[in-house]
Design a protein around this ligand. Structure first.
Ligand code: FRU
Length: 326
């Protein structure tokens, strides 16, 4: 039995239309299943910063007890996140950042580190010499800015590795399919592509295949999700040379939110690590995530059984009262 007060958490999510955001939500729901006293409402901004602003205003009007925000772009969302925070609503920023320090907590990866790790890995793979193409996320969204910064920074140590071209992929495969062919035709000597996420990396592979260059250009992505068609499988199948793990932070976000709501100690900045996943460790990674998923399913089964037992217990109590009463 829980005597905890009801908490209302509002979540402004920049988009829900990809495997990574679905995995984030699954992590949140798993964590929320332990807290039936939490009312959780997610609004999907569909990659639209203006819509996201209106949705955050709506959540503020509804007087949620805590706001979770994954801002589509930093600039357009900063003032509103600050305003909510200044009104006394705890604000937890997730994965993508605003440009301000006025928030209660941050949960997410270090995207400069993601970019640097990709840059070092790429340069080593090319033995310090070659031409690289970068496919970026949406301009003004902080992981795109930071992955690019980190990538360039790492390449500076390798003067013969040249960042020859860039394509704005907007985090979405469709943009890559339409824009990459022309850029590749104009740059016939590209040796490696760094795409800011795995879905864009897969789209790059499709374009290369159509141009008959799939075997010649190596591809590095970001996210490293388990499941069919996702990063781990793409690495196992040799479609990607590597992917950089980018944890969703769904579970951590809910845990942090609850600590804040219960006035328990919490960390302001919760930075999740990254690592390279390539053919040398992808098998281990897959086994680990499979074991984790199995554990999660066990947990959910246990919770269901527990609820069923509680129901039965409650009805037994009624029978006992009836017997005693007769
Ligand atoms: C999903 C996604 C991920 C990427 C992250 C960056 O919406 O594009 O693929 O790592 O967002 O915020």
């Amino acid at each position: 039995e829980t005597r905890e007060p009801v908490y209302r958490i509002g979540f402004s999510q920049c988009t829900t239309h990809d495997a990574w955001r679905r995995a984030m939500l699954a992590g949140m729901e798993k964590e929320l299943s332990f807290h039936p006293n939490v009312q959780f409402r997610m609004l999907d901004a569909n990659n639209d910063s203006d819509l996201q602003r209106r949705q955050i205003q709506e959540l503020i009007r509804q007087k949620v007890d805590l706001l979770l925000i994954s801002p589509n772009q930093s600039g357009p969302l900063t003032a509103l996140a600050e305003a909510a925070y200044n009104q006394g609503i705890p604000v937890v920023i997730l994965d993508r950042r605003t440009t301000s320090r006025l928030y209660t907590a941050y949960v997410g990866g270090n995207n400069q580190e993601v970019g640097r790790t990709a840059g070092r890995y790429a340069a080593q793979l090319l033995n310090g010499r070659g031409q690289v193409l970068e496919i970026t996320g949406t301009p003004g969204s902080s992981p795109a800015t930071d992955r690019d910064l980190g990538f360039r920074q790492a390449l500076r140590a390798f003067p013969q590795v040249k960042l020859a071209a860039q394509v704005e992929g907007n985090w979405q495969p469709a943009s890559v399919l339409s824009r990459l062919p022309a850029v590749l035709r104009a740059n016939p000597d590209i040796d490696l592509i760094f795409a800011h996420n795995d879905p864009m990396a897969l789209a790059a592979h499709q374009v290369l295949r159509e141009l008959g260059r799939a075997g010649q250009v190596r591809i590095i992505g970001v996210d490293g999700l388990p499941g069919p068609g996702n990063g781990l499988q793409l690495v196992e199948d040799g479609v990607l040379q590597a992917t950089l793990l980018y944890p969703t932070g769904g579970e951590e976000a809910i845990r942090t939110a609850l600590r804040i709501l219960r006035h328990e100690p919490f960390l302001k900045d919760n930075v999740l690590g990254t690592m390279v996943i390539d053919s040398s460790n992808v098998g281990t990674m897959r086994l680990q995530t499979e074991a984790l998923t199995a554990q999660r399913q066990d947990l959910q089964q246990q919770q269901l059984r527990l609820k069923e037992q509680m129901r039965r217990y409650a009805s037994q109590k009624v029978t006992v009262y009836l017997l005693l009463g007769s």
